[in-house]
Design a protein around this ligand. Structure first.
Ligand code: C2G
Length: 132
C-alpha cells in the first residue's frame, strides 16, 4: 500500500485545495493530511483562520480522497511523521518547491503545480470588499 502525506491550512476550502488533494491521492492508495492547528497558523505562519482547526479538519476528512487527518503543530514534526505514518510519498503544492527536499532521505518528495487564480487570501478579500 502506497501511503501519501501532505500538509496544509485548508481555510475556506476551495478548488485549489481540492485539486491538490485529489492529485495527491492519485499517487497512492492512502492519503494522510496534516492540518495546521490554529496555534501553529498564528505563531508560525502569522495566519488567522476564518475556520477553526476542528472545522477545517472535519471538512478535509469528509473528502472521499482523504483517508486520515492529523494536527500539524510544528514545522519540525515532518520527519517524525514520515516515520510514524510510514509515508512513501510527501506531496506539496509547488509554491513550496524545494522547501521540503530534506524529506528525500525518508520518502519520495513531489511538488504539484498550484492551481492558478484561487487562494484563501483572495477569497477573504472578495468577502471583505463585498461587506463594503
Ligand atoms: N494549493 C494549491 N493551489 C492553490 C492553493 C493552494 O495547489 N490555489 C495547495 C498548496 O500548495 C498546499 C495545499 O494546497 O499544498 C494547502 O494550501 P494551504 O492551505 O495554503 O497550506 P499552507 O498554508 O501553504 O500550509 O507544512 C506545510 C504547511 O502546512 C502548508
Amino acid at each position: 500500500m502506497i501511503k501519501v502525506i501532505t500538509y496544509g491550512t485548508f481555510d475556506l476550502f476551495h478548488l485549489g485545495h481540492l485539486r491538490l488533494l485529489e492529485r495527491a491521492a492519485g499517487l497512492g492508495d492512502y492519503l494522510l493530511v496534516g492540518i495546521s492547528t490554529d496555534e501553529f497558523n498564528w505563531q508560525e505562519k502569522s495566519k488567522i483562520c476564518v475556520q477553526s482547526y476542528d472545522e477545517r479538519a472535519a471538512i478535509v476528512s469528509a473528502l472521499k480522497v482523504v483517508n486520515e487527518v492529523f494536527p500539524e503543530e510544528s514545522w519540525d514534526q515532518k520527519v517524525e511523521d514520515m516515520k510514524k505514518y510510514k509515508a512513501d510519498i510527501f506531496v506539496m503544492g509547488d509554491d513550496w518547491l524545494g522547501k521540503f527536499d530534506f524529506l528525500k532521505d525518508y520518502c519520495q518528495v513531489t511538488y504539484l503545480e498550484r492551481t492558478p487564480g484561487v487562494s484563501t487570501s483572495e477569497r477573504k478579500k472578495i468577502i471583505m470588499d463585498s461587506e463594503g
